[in-house]
Design a protein around this ligand. Structure first.
Ligand code: THU
Length: 389
């Protein structure tokens, strides 16, 4: 495998990035060959499309001010982070960890590096579209079939130093499935997928550097990768946070709900109609999915003696358990509320009785939904093994 860094003029807002890369190649006497993969730095993509923001033009809102104070950050930058991410998971002084379109980004993907003083560079608007655009232009200019990856750099948990990650690919398959191949001892590899695109970005970053090298793109020749067929899905696959080893073990849910339990949410929504809530008027529906596949739905049942009210979640648990069920996969709870409804403490206690891993989908009738495990909602809850051998 060979790598060729492409030195370009300083990329500025409004520049034509493909043109700048072609000019850089021309100057260095570089030509594309069939099957080459071009890695382009996301900061160059974002800068060229005009994603450079003067912080003095940003007015932070209340939430940005509060979070900036908590995480010791510039409030204007925090405002941009809130706007550009789906959720802020948490943070440490100086950096917040965010989720955007199912992936983790520090500070919502907003960067200080390679930005003029007092400015930041936003996350590229649509890295997939940019990869496709650069590929089209370079293929037209060279007459060769190539792959393009928009790359970024990131640290791994507990590791010092950045490695490459692909934000988007065009013309190249980002993750190859190695399951079914054999290890050195002939055993089949069960869960191994090769993050080919990430590995190529890492290789490119060895050449690119992170600072003032002025190399926003690298040609990789002879990489043993599979170029994508026309129409093939080149989306970079993600895994839900609760199934991710790092995020799942940190128990830092709720996360945005990304599908998988739509039917359960529907049944919980239908159950709202059966609520008996003449006192609060707050009608809640819940649906509990037993491991065997059966769904038990219920609604809240209030009482003239207010403390005797039963929440929808507990009603569903009682209904299922009294039908003989003991093992559950997921519970959905829905109400016509501003935010997704969140189970009360007693319901959380009732749920962890049957397992910390039960998924809880919290939703409202407006279509907002979040997911967490029962254990995330009630960390260190009281369990039978605290008093039974
Ligand atoms: N309620 C539920 O059914 N589930 C929840 O997660 C929150 C609260 C009910 C109990 C009561 O009937 C009403 O909402 C107002 O507290």
């Amino acid at each position: 495998m060979e790598l060729f860094g492409i030195k370009t003029d300083l990329v500025r807002p409004g520049d034509d990035l493909a043109e700048a890369i072609l000019r850089g190649m021309e100057r260095a006497g570089l030509r594309l060959a069939e099957g080459d993969v071009l890695v382009v730095a996301e900061s160059a993509v974002a800068t060229a499309e005009g994603g450079v923001v003067d912080l003095s033009h940003v007015t932070p809102g209340d939430r940005a001010c509060e979070l900036a104070e908590r995480y010791d950050k510039d409030a204007r930058e925090m405002e941009l982070i809130i706007r550009s991410s789906d959720r802020i998971i948490g943070g440490i002084p100086g950096v917040v960890l965010t989720i955007k379109d199912g992936f983790l980004y520090p500070n919502g993907g907003i960067d200080h590096s390679n930005a003029p003083p007092g400015h930041v560079v936003l996350f590229p608007r649509d890295p997939g579209r940019s990869a496709a655009e650069v590929r089209k232009r370079l293929e037209e200019a060279s007459g060769k079939r190539i792959g393009v990856i928009v790359g970024d750099s990131r640290t791994h948990p507990l590791r010092l130093g950045c490695v490459g990650v692909a934000l988007a690919c065009d013309g190249v398959v980002p993750v190859e499935d190695a399951r079914g191949q054999r290890d050195l001892f002939g055993r089949p590899l069960l869960i191994t997928r090769k993050a080919v695109a990430d590995n190529l970005v890492s290789a490119a970053e060895v050449v690119m550097g992170e600072g003032d090298e002025g190399i926003p793109a690298v040609i990789i020749r002879g990489a043993p990768v599979r170029l994508a067929d026309d129409g093939e899905d080149m989306k970079i696959p993600n895994i839900p946070p609760e199934e991710c080893m790092y995020i799942g073990s940190l128990r830092c849910g709720p996360h945005p709900y990304q599908g998988g339990y739509d039917r359960l949410i529907e049944e919980a929504t239908e159950a709202i109609e059966r609520a008996y809530a003449p006192y609060s008027g707050f009608r809640v529906g819940a649906a509990l999915l037993a491991r065997g596949g059966k769904i038990y739905s219920a609604a809240n049942v209030e009482n003239a003696s207010s403390g005797a009210a039963i929440c929808a979640e507990r009603a569903a648990i009682a209904k299922a358990v009294s039908e003989g069920e003991r093992e559950f996969e997921a519970l959905a709870v829905v109400a016509d509320s501003q935010e997704p409804v969140s189970p009360c403490g007693i319901c959380r206690q009732n749920l962890i009785e049957f397992g910390d891993d039960i998924k809880v989908i919290m939703a409202n009738t407006r279509g907002d939904a979040e997911i967490a495990t029962a254990g995330e909602l009630l960390p260190r809850g009281f369990k039978r093994d605290h008093f039974m051998d």
